[in-house]
Design a protein around this ligand. Sequence first.
Ligand code: GTP
Length: 235
Amino acid sequence: MQYKRILLKLSGEALMGDRQYGIDPKRLSEYAKEIKQVIAKGIEVAIVIGGGNIFRGVAGAANGMDRVQGDHMGMLATCINGLALQSALEDEDVHTRLQTALEIKEVAEPYIKRKAIRHLEKGRVVIFGAGTGNPYFTTDTAAVLRAIEIDADAILKGTRVDGIYNVDPEKDKNAIKFETITFKDVIKKGLKVMDMTAFTLSEENKLPIIVFDMNTNGNLLKLVSGDKIGTIVNN
Ligand code: GTP
């Protein structure tokens, strides 16, 4: 196996499947099955999930809502997604723990780094909810932060495109995909992988980011097994 401990970043939007809003149970169950395959290989899996399928603080602010208020709503949205994912994983008999950066301890454990690591060592999937617990930060930043804290080998950013291209592959069919690219080149070429806060945090801590297509069956397993899937960003 290429990796021993991974941090999987899933977008909230991905959970919508073909819907316009909310959670598609079919997509959720597909993701749970993908994750189960990886756990079965003895890989330790932590997950950060976004909340954009339910609420985005930035979008709220664009409509005149106080940004902090909006971000709090977004953080709660990630907890809803975390609970949904936890439930789907348990349906697949995968042991899980949900830890949240904001305390809602009747619902989930509070985030405690040492406990998270212990859960991972015991083969449990640890889902981190509520982002970083602070407004003005994205769940990408939360993913990088948690990945560094738990000493993950890499951050796997599951998307609907199969890597990083020189131009948007959904708009230009001549787009060229990078197999590997450095952090510096991503910035120089103006490519969008993550927001800058997340991106520089990853670069400074030499944490590789792999962008891959999470919606193709078996991709996650292939990736952790060492197949060249997606694009790897490293120093
Ligand atoms: P180990 O003792 O290391 O095996 O971990 P554990 O998670 O099994 O032990 P613990 O006794 O901490 O937790 C037992 C159950 O209670 C697990 O399902 C936890 O997710 C849950 N749990 C622990 N702390 C909290 C909390 O603060 N809030 C909520 N809602 N659940 C909690």
